[in-house]
Design a protein around this ligand. Structure first.
Ligand code: KG4
Ligand code: ZN
Length: 332
């Protein structure tokens, strides 16, 4: 089974080839155009996907040493994501599938983040809990099988990735700020500036309050010392990062207890954060959990994870028709 997978939900154009469940290539083209605007501009994202999709797919085929006529199916991200961006990947997948007369597989981007864990060893055993943290989502997912997932907790407002990116913007770091905060935090004191953790009932999260606390804190300090941000950048990053991670880990602990679970996985772009990776390892060691952390390249958006999710669907005989269209708010 030679599977082509396409990802175009946000600002990465990506294509992957999977052969019988084994990833052979995973090409990711990150759109740099958005940096100058301080965030993803949907219209520009669509145009950049349009421009990159053919070269990216060609490179994925070439690297895997597969001819397009040897493809057996095409998986693509149907949602959630930006409509214009999803339309490029969806239309491309439909057109190619039509011309090759092969079936299509629609994939939910958030399910694919979770299933990225099955690309490489060690793989989780079902059921397990996954904390999925990205630029648009923050979810606690109870994963019963590759095709059965239940969101047992999620953010009621901003995603944790947004909290990273917006904080970065406040302190003058370029978009996407998450990786920059991670880097600066390594040299800072995480206990220097305490921020409130907030209180959300159950297993849900809220990150809009912390964002406002950071804004007010910075405004107050800058009034006393206009150089405050410049002089304390590393400590601010370390303190904000620690607060966001504490908020995540508190709910992870609660969910693991409720589910009486021993395996915790992390997924999504923010799972690339070194503080979160270390924090969950430490908590796991304390609690005697098995902690599953994917390689960096499978945390941020990539078509390898779409291929993995597509592979599970193909195995179960689940395909979709040519009448499929993108779902920007696709639920799990
Ligand atoms: O999963 P992803 O690539 O795209 C979405 O589906 O949203 O996640 C992107 C998010 C951005 O908010 C980015 O700042 C964040 O992941 N991110 C990080 C790190 N690497 C990416 N946040 C904190 N630390 C990082 N090292
Ligand atoms: Zn994503």
């Amino acid at each position: 089974m030679n599977l082509l997978a396409i990802e175009s939900s946000c600002d990465e154009t990506s294509a992957a080839i999977m052969v019988n469940g084994e990833l052979r290539s995973n090409i990711v083209s990150t759109q740099l155009i958005h940096t100058q605007w301080g965030g993803v501009v949907p219209e520009l994202a669509s145009r950049a996907h349009q421009k990159s999709i053919i070269p990216v797919v060609s490179e994925a085929l070439q690297k895997a040493n597969i001819n397009k006529n040897e493809l057996n199916a095409i998986a693509f991200t149907r949602g959630p994501g930006l409509l214009g961006a999803l339309l490029i990947g969806t239309s491309f997948a439909k057109a190619l599938a039509l011309s090759l007369d092969i079936p299509l597989i629609e994939v939910n981007h958030m399910e694919a983040h979770v299933l990225a864990h099955f690309i490489e060893d060690p793989k989780p055993r079902f059921p397990f809990l996954c904390l999925t943290v990205s630029g648009g989502h923050t979810q606690l997912v109870w994963v019963k099988s590759p095709l059965e997932m239940e969101v047992i907790g999620e953010t009621q407002d901003d995603a944790v990735g947004e909290a990273f990116d917006k904080t970065a913007k406040l302190i003058g770091l370029p978009y996407p700020g998450g990786p920059m905060i991670d880097k600066l935090a390594r040299e800072g004191n995480p206990n220097r500036f305490p921020f409130p953790l907030g209180e959300m009932p159950g297993l849900d999260f809220s990150f809009s309050g912390i964002k406002t606390s950071i804004l007010y804190f910075l405004q107050k300090e800058q009034k006393n010392n206009p150089q405050f941000i410049e002089e304390n950048k590393a400590d601010i990053c370390a303190s904000v990062q620690k607060t966001l991670i504490d908020m995540l880990l508190r709910k992870v602990k609660k969910a693991m207890k409720e589910k009486n679970c021993q395996q915790i996985a992390i997924a999504g772009g923010v799972a690339a954060n070194s503080g979160l990776r270390n924090g969950i390892q430490e908590l796991g060691a304390q609690q005697n959990w098995e902690v599953l952390i994917p390689a960096f390249s499978y945390c941020t958006d990539n078509a390898g994870m779409i291929a993995m999710a597509g592979h599970f669907k193909a195995e179960a005989g689940i395909f979709c028709g040519q009448d499929v269209s993108p779902l920007p708010r696709m639920a799990m």
